[in-house]
Design a protein around this ligand. Sequence first.
Ligand SMILES: CC(C)(COP(=O)(O)OP(=O)(O)OC[C@H]1O[C@@H](n2cnc3c(N)ncnc32)[C@H](O)[C@@H]1OP(=O)(O)O)[C@@H](O)C(=O)NCCC(=O)NCCS
Length: 162
Amino acid sequence: MNPAVRYGTPDDLEFITGLERDNLALPWSEEAVLDLLRYDPAGGDRVFKFALVAEGAGYVSVSGVIDEAEIGNIVVAPECRGRGYGRLLLEELENILAGRGIRKVFLEVESTNQRALSLYRSCGFAEYGVRNGYYGEGRDALLMSKELQIREQGGDQYRCDA
Ligand SMILES: CC(C)(COP(=O)(O)OP(=O)(O)OC[C@H]1O[C@@H](n2cnc3c(N)ncnc32)[C@H](O)[C@@H]1OP(=O)(O)O)[C@@H](O)C(=O)NCCC(=O)NCCS
């Protein structure tokens, strides 16, 4: 893993709930975030959820079942945006997921969220549908997915294409 990124632990609860509260219209509850932070990277469960943290800058969360995963949220603190943290978090996440046999990753993003859409598109995510009104009246979610090439854990060949 890139040394700038690590698995979230219960010590990150305040950092992550603060980012959620300050930057998202629908922040996760403290309990839901804590659930992500109890993950044991050595466990190898076929049903999992965890968060990756870029120290002081941002985090991304994911849940997965066997060979498919769904990105929950990705948030970078406003003062750290545009410095590559979002891309770094996504790259590292995909690297880990590919290493544990995940073949396909899904996410939802509000159709007006240009920054996030640019990030996801430039990392190879493609739209496959729309969920009308998902974020409230007149606020639609674009559904996106990306196929990963699975490989043995520990390799360094996977890159998120710019
Ligand atoms: C979306 C978000 C995570 C991006 O994080 P970031 O650290 O700023 O992103 P990066 O610096 O890694 O930039 C990656 C790509 O995002 C896009 N991007 C970044 N800043 C942008 C801007 N001001 N306008 C449009 N696209 C932008 C670009 O495609 C960029 O690629 P490039 O580096 O090749 O130009 C961040 O803006 C954020 O936290 N937003 C609020 C929370 C949110 O909406 N999360 C997503 C939905 S859950």
